[in-house]
Design a protein around this ligand. Structure first.
Ligand code: NI
Length: 250
């Protein structure tokens, strides 16, 4: 069930049987000449929505602009500053906790969100520990975790099996394949030069564009197919349902 397509009585009924929710979280950033700007959010959203429908799990709205300052030299990218991101995550989590959601599982689609999302969880826990919220109040103390979809059990192995060469780190064929499966009318074909992009580290946006001129890092997304995307989504949905159930019982 998707929260945005539910009514409040349906949410109230869901809360009587579960206090868990999945929140897809992505980014809004360039993914090379063939990858969609929304790739990271789309991957998390598609996998979460299917898991939710299959296993009676409520899925919250997609947090679709993340920490992506390093992509800002490419048109269309948008970012939150880390401090803004932490503040907004706190408000999202506290809004859900207000209604009784105590197990909040962020399904992440962007490596650049991981550190800041953990900072947001640390702030939420500090709120409780320092007595700002939650203690001796009739309020749920939220328990939050994050999991990146490609790190779900078995998924990275499948990525490497599908793409033994040219997987890379950004605009990867696996994430592009998932978007091709989800949006087959938006598959882009553009020559990529070099075929496999350079690898390396980066700091700020101008330096990123200088080192990775077409936006990709270490990847050859021309290897992606919608059929691969279907396989990746099916495997990730299965792994997500198991991981979410494990979190509920932890
Ligand atoms: Ni990505």
């Amino acid at each position: 069930m998707q929260l945005q397509l539910a009514t409040w009585p349906e949410v109230e009924a869901y809360l009587a049987r579960s206090s868990g929710i999945i929140v897809p979280i992505g980014s809004f950033e360039q993914h090379g000449p063939t990858g969609l700007i929304g790739t990271d959010a789309i991957c998390a959203e598609v996998i979460a929505a299917r898991a939710g429908a299959e296993a009676d799990i409520l899925v919250g709205p997609t947090f679709n602009v993340g920490v992506a300052q390093h992509h800002m030299a490419f048109p269309g990218s948008m970012t939150l500053r880390p401090a803004t991101f932490v503040a907004v995550i706190r408000d999202w989590v506290n809004s859900l906790a207000q209604h009784g959601f105590e197990k909040i599982y962020f399904l992440n689609g962007h490596g650049g969100n991981i550190a800041t999302l953990n900072s947001a969880f640390a702030e939420l826990n500090a709120d409780v520990s320092l007595g700002g919220h939650g203690i001796n109040q009739q309020r749920v103390i939220p328990d939050c975790v994050q999991q990146s979809w490609w790190l779900l059990p078995g998924i990275y192995d499948l990525c490497k099996q599908l793409y033994p060469q040219g997987h890379g780190g950004h605009a990867t064929p696996s994430e592009v394949a998932v978007t091709q499966f989800a949006y087959p009318d938006h598959i882009k074909h553009v020559p990529l030069e070099p075929e496999t992009a350079p690898s390396g580290r980066f700091t700020h946006a101008a330096q990123y564009r200088e080192k990775f001129p077409d936006g990709r890092i270490g990847s050859n997304p021309a290897l992606a197919t919608p059929e691969d995307g279907e396989r990746l989504v099916a495997a990730a949905v299965k792994a997500l349902i198991a991981d979410f159930r494990h979190f509920l019982n932890s």
